[in-house]
Design a protein around this ligand. Structure first.
Ligand SMILES: C[S@@+](CC[C@H](N)C(=O)[O-])C[C@H]1O[C@@H](n2cnc3c(N)ncnc32)[C@H](O)[C@@H]1O
Length: 280
């Protein structure tokens, strides 16, 4: 075994407990926050977690994966000074419960939840999620927010964990750079945005809402997005300053929330996103 790597052969090896039953979502949601960890999967995402200063607990790689890693990532992993476990694909599959097809996992210390004031400091474009409980949607929204110049994310108490493995992967690691936190009081907690001069725009397919193309984006704004089934609750709609709709073809009920988010982010972006330099 290469110096610095630890070979594992038994799926019940206690040292692999961070990686146990990754497909058991209920178990993982209960334990990851409680144990103060999150999982990163695939070299790109692991690299981004390291690059953004997240502290690893250990790495778990399939046989042959170590040699295939980029030199820089190999050096970063060794420099982290935490165990680097390597094992047969079969062992990884028995531990995690699935075929880890990219063959690389890492467990990281979960950063403490940030304060709302810290997350909003300097932000001009904020996305707020209410009951978006699907990890793929949360990951896609985070990726879109980062790509289109939104600079903070607030979650209501019931939206999905942005650091859950699937959300992290779908966000392509953008969740490591986008400041986010959870509001505990809902929807009362939205008042903090108004106190800081944000205009709250509720994204809703409701015909009575203002069409997106008619909105003149104010200096600071927050976009509220709701659940796949029911949409924003009456409480969240009432807390908003205005409703905004993305006009759709006749007969269509709504867009998927992550698709709606991307359209809204583009329509409400700060001017310089995409290379448009404001006139001097
Ligand atoms: C699948 S939709 C929910 C549809 C639900 N029937 C409703 O009336 O809101 C999930 C979320 O995506 C956003 N959304 C979807 N389509 C939209 C549209 N055409 N205009 C504005 N927001 C939209 C809203 O934030 C909505 O809460």
């Amino acid at each position: 075994v290469t110096a610095g790597l630890t070979r594992v052969g038994a799926p019940d090896d206690e040292r692999l407990r961070d990686y146990v039953r990754l497909t058991d979502i209920a178990l993982r949601l209960r334990t990851e926050v409680a144990h103060g960890l999150f999982l990163a999967e695939g070299e790109l995402v692991i690299g981004r977690a390291l690059d953004t200063g997240h502290q690893p607990r250990s790495f778990l790689l399939a046989d042959n994966r170590w040699e295939l890693l980029a030199d820089g990532l190999r050096a970063q992993i060794l420099a982290a000074g935490v165990p680097v476990f390597v094992g047969a694909h079969d062992v990884l599959e028995q531990v995690t419960g699935y075929h880890v097809h990219r063959g690389s996992l890492a467990s990281f210390h979960r950063p403490a939840l940030r304060g709302v004031a810290e997350v909003l400091a300097g932000a001009r474009r904020v996305v707020v999620l209410e009951e978006v409980n699907n990890h793929t949607n949360v990951g896609a929204i985070v990726r879109g927010a980062a790509a289109l110049g939104f600079d903070a994310l607030l979650l209501d108490p019931r939206s999905a964990d942005p650091l859950y493995r699937r959300a992290v992967r779908v966000s392509m690691g953008a969740v490591f750079s986008l400041p986010w936190t959870r509001l505990t009081a809902w929807p009362e907690g939205l008042q903090v945005l108004r106190d800081q001069g944000f205009r709250l725009l509720a994204l809703t397919p409701d015909e009575a809402a203002t069409p997106l193309q008619d909105v003149v984006p104010p200096e600071r704004l927050a976009v509220l997005l709701g659940a796949e089934g029911a949409g924003l609750t009456p409480g969240a709609l009432a807390a908003a300053d205005a409703g905004v709709r993305i006009p759709m073809a006749a007969g269509v009920d709504s867009l998927n929330v992550a698709a709606a988010a991307a359209v809204a982010f583009w329509g409400l972006r700060v001017p310089h996103v995409g290379g448009e330099v404001p006139a001097a």
